[in-house]
Ligand binder design. Structure first.
Ligand SMILES: Cc1ncc(COP(=O)(O)O)c(C=O)c1O
Length: 368
């Protein structure tokens, strides 16, 4: 069975990480040490920002950012097509969540329509590593409204809009380094920003709200990254450019060999991160039917991003988060994510292409 994804670490990185892990354990500095600083510097370079602050998850990165724009009791506007954490972190920071319509990309008119009242921040999520072509307009809208723009860049390590990288377009960005992400520390996250106040505050928040002078000055948490996690991440960043090129090459092969056979691929304005390879099924091809078909012959398709947007999630049911999300519903029901991971061999890509071509052709005849 070809899996949708694997986070298996190659031999050379295992050797690097084991050597560094031994050194960390012998030295006895397990958090907030030199390895975390190295990772932070690398992520700041990747995002083109002045600062990067490592924390224990992407969710925490979001929560800290929200806290620093004073969302308490105010609205944070975000796409319904996103991960649970985008909204859960805002609620944890005391915000009211309002959703705007979004498939792969935000519905710009809907976002603009909902940008009224006491909005403290707008979130853009680079789903699968694809950056919306409307980003400049969204930046302008936020600036005109005096509202902070936050990037949820959990999927977007190395994504670009034109030649500008994800992570530096707004007030701040949150990257996830969870196990399924383009670069992982197991659990982990990083905030990127050009704002010196956020840099200072985030370091306080992640360390139990401790100002480094014996005083707890804000309601922070034990949100530090471990040094062991940081070396795992840095070992992948050592090969980041190579791996990005390789992931994008797999996506290019899918696009070349599968476009027009019942699948359409989004055309990004810049480069994708390669977190996901997203394709839209033509109307008339039923996704579950296709999923079963390819699974029967050896390819497991991942769950989409996302097949159940936030407005369809039970946990948000009791909240007044908005309604009418046609673009999100259409995208949720029609897209697939093709198998993709770093180090995927040509042979596996060939097999996936062959199986998808045959299965889509057959599944195309079955109307929903
Ligand atoms: C879009 C998005 N935002 C935020 C997060 C939260 O990141 P983490 O799992 O590191 O807390 C995720 C994680 O899956 C995500 O996909």
């Amino acid at each position: 069975m070809i899996p949708p994804f694997t986070a298996a670490v190659p031999d050379d990185e295992i050797a690097t990480v084991l050597a560094a892990a031994e050194q960390i354990m012998r030295a006895g500095r397990l958090v907030l040490g030199a390895h975390t600083e190295v990772l932070e510097t690398t992520v700041a370079v990747m995002a083109g920002t002045r600062y990067a602050i490592a924390v224990n998850s992407g969710s925490t990165a979001l929560e800290i950012i929200y806290k620093t724009v004073d969302v308490q009791g105010r609205t944070v506007l975000m796409p319904t097509n996103t991960n649970y954490a985008t909204a859960a972190a805002a609620l944890a920071a005391g915000a009211q969540v309002q959703l705007y319509d979004a498939g792969l990309y935000p519905d710009l008119a809907d976002l603009e329509r909902r940008l009224t009242g006491d909005v403290s921040a707008v979130v853009v999520v680079h789903i699968g590593g694809y950056i919306t072509p409307d980003l400049p307009q969204i930046m302008q809208l936020c600036e005109a409204a005096g509202v902070a723009l936050i990037e949820d860049a959990a999927h977007a390590h190395g994504s670009t809009f034109g030649d500008r990288p994800a992570g530096g377009f707004g007030y701040a960005a949150a990257f996830s380094l969870f196990a399924t992400k383009v670069v992982t520390t197991g659990e982990g996250g990083v905030i990127t920003t050009d704002d010196p106040d956020l840099d200072r505050l985030a370091r306080i928040y992640r360390n139990q709200g401790h100002d480094g002078d014996g005083r707890h000055v804000v309601w922070g948490g034990s949100w530090r990254m471990t040094e062991l996690g940081a070396v795992l991440g840095s070992a992948q960043f050592d090969h980041f450019d190579r791996d990005l090129i390789q992931r994008r090459a797999v996506i290019d092969r899918y696009i070349t060999d599968l476009s027009g056979i019942g699948l359409e691929f989004p055309v990004p304005h810049g480069q994708v991160s390669g977190h996901k390879c997203i394709a839209l099924l033509n109307y008339g091809i039923e996704r579950d039917h296709l999923r079963d078909k390819v699974s029967a012959v050896g390819v497991e398709l991942a769950r989409g991003v996302y097949e159940q947007p936030l407005h369809r999630q039970p946990v948000f049911g009791g909240l007044n988060i908005g309604d009418s999300f046609p673009a999100a519903n259409d995208f949720a029901d029609r897209h697939i994510c093709l198998p993709l991971w770093r180090g995927m061999t040509d042979d596996i890509v060939d097999r996936v292409i062959k199986i998808i071509r045959t299965s889509v052709a057959e599944a195309g005849h079955k109307l929903p």
